[in-house]
Design a protein around this ligand. Structure first.
Ligand SMILES: NC(=O)c1ccc[n+]([C@@H]2O[C@H](COP(=O)([O-])OP(=O)(O)OC[C@H]3O[C@@H](n4cnc5c(N)ncnc54)[C@H](O)[C@@H]3O)[C@@H](O)[C@H]2O)c1
Length: 355
């Protein structure tokens, strides 16, 4: 089987390539990346050693797809993946839409031309910010928890956020590029007869993730804590109670693998996939873990709210479990230990990540 991974030098693209080569006999992988993400260049050599063929190209350019061989499946992992992209100032809104949405159009045209199946990596940020911000929460220790004793809107339960949760705008510019890509991918798949699976992923993280305060938060926090860089609890009550779940690309790869093995006409195409409640923690809990491993380092409190920020975001894996027998294998403790080990071995990781 031949697999194309866009954004192959990114954290997720490169990790998936490694995991899938480990899992599948006879798999041949090639990938395209424009190396725009600081740090992505570091994965080229690693991929080469794995036997992956690398094409330096840009998914915004239709002509860059012309030099790519045919694939049976495509994993679309090329994007600007920050929720602040297009509003923070370093990346214009037009650039965001060109990379994430116009790029996705070239990907589906490639799938149409080669009848290749598509695995689209979408995001938990396709969900309505006002609906997320108004979820009933309670404080337990140093973390927000969903108050499931209160009435809840459709699509959320103690298992997390599912596909039925509201996607009403505003959802962030980044989220809107992903939600629009989902619709375009489904329409192309239906019109031109290729399979499409969409996974709305929670935070994906692990060793080798490029970390900045607005993308790759687990990696950023652990590296910055270890190097005694200033850390900030931004927004809410300034004490770091905001919660995210964490999923290792290894676990995502087993889900994608199962989806590539599933032949289904019609039926559910969109899934939520994340670490889920058992792999969720607050920033304050993450900092306490770091204190225990690297010695105390106290973040500053910054009460100013940050645009698009939300206090609790955990994904519901029940649909993926039911459809594919999929479950999360890599525990939060294992994930954090893996990132910490990488941080210790790579003292300049934050600089490599562009900070
Ligand atoms: N990391 C997460 O927490 C997370 C969560 C949900 C969804 N996702 C999705 O997973 C995918 C991969 O994310 P990641 O964390 O690996 O990000 P990343 O920044 O590490 O990797 C993205 C890669 O895409 C490349 N790229 C960007 N624009 C490109 C273009 N126009 N042409 C070719 N290459 C381009 C970058 O150089 C980089 O190597 C993205 O689609 C993202 O939206 C990530």
């Amino acid at each position: 089987m031949k697999l194309l991974i866009t954004g192959i030098c990114g954290f997720v693209g490169s990790s998936l390539a490694e995991c899938l080569l480990d899992r599948r006999e006879g798999l041949s992988i090639f990938g395209i990346d424009n190396l725009i993400r600081p740090g992505s260049e570091t994965n080229r050599r690693r991929l080469q050693k794995l036997g992956v063929t690398f094409f330096h190209g840009d998914i915004r350019a239709a002509s860059d797809f012309e030099s790519l061989p045919a694939a049976d499946w495509v994993i679309d992992a090329a994007a600007n993946a920050s929720v602040l992209a297009g509003v923070k100032g370093d990346f214009s809104s037009r650039q965001l839409f060109e990379h994430n949405l116009a790029g996705a159009l070239n990907v589906v045209e490639y799938c149409k031309a080669h009848k290749a199946g598509l695995l689209l990596l979408s995001t938990n940020r396709v969900y309505s910010i006002s609906a997320l911000a108004s979820l009933p929460l309670r404080v337990n220790g140093n973390a927000f928890h969903l108050d499931d004793a209160a009435p809840l809107p459709s699509g959320v339960s103690s298992n997390g956020i599912g596909v039925e949760f509201s996607t009403r705008a505003p959802i962030s510019l980044y989220g809107s590029t992903k939600l629009a890509s989902e619709v375009v991918a489904l329409e192309y798949g239906d019109a031109f007869g290729f399979p499409v699976w969409i996974n709305r992923c929670g935070v994906l993280t692990g060793a080798g993730q490029f970390g900045t305060p607005d993308q790759g938060i687990f990696s950023y926090w652990i590296n910055a804590h270890l190097r005694r860089r200033p850390l900030r609890y931004i927004g809410f009550d300034g004490t770091g109670k905001q919660v995210r779940d964490a999923l290792h690309p290894h676990d995502l790869s087993t889900l994608l693998d199962a989806q590539m093995n599933t032949i289904r006409v019609g039926g559910q195409r969109i899934y939520t996939a994340g670490g889920g409640p058992q792999n969720a923690m607050s920033l304050a809990q993450l900092n306490a873990w770091c204190d225990e491993h690297f010695g105390p380092h106290a973040p500053q409190s910054d009460l100013r709210p940050r645009v698009y920020d939300i206090p609790w975001l955990v994904m519901d894996n029940c649909d993926a479990q039911r459809s594919f027998g999929w479950s999360v294998d890599v525990s939060l403790e294992k994930l954090l230990t893996e990132i910490a080990g990488h941080a210790e071995r790579n003292p300049d990781w934050l600089e490599i990540s562009g900070l």
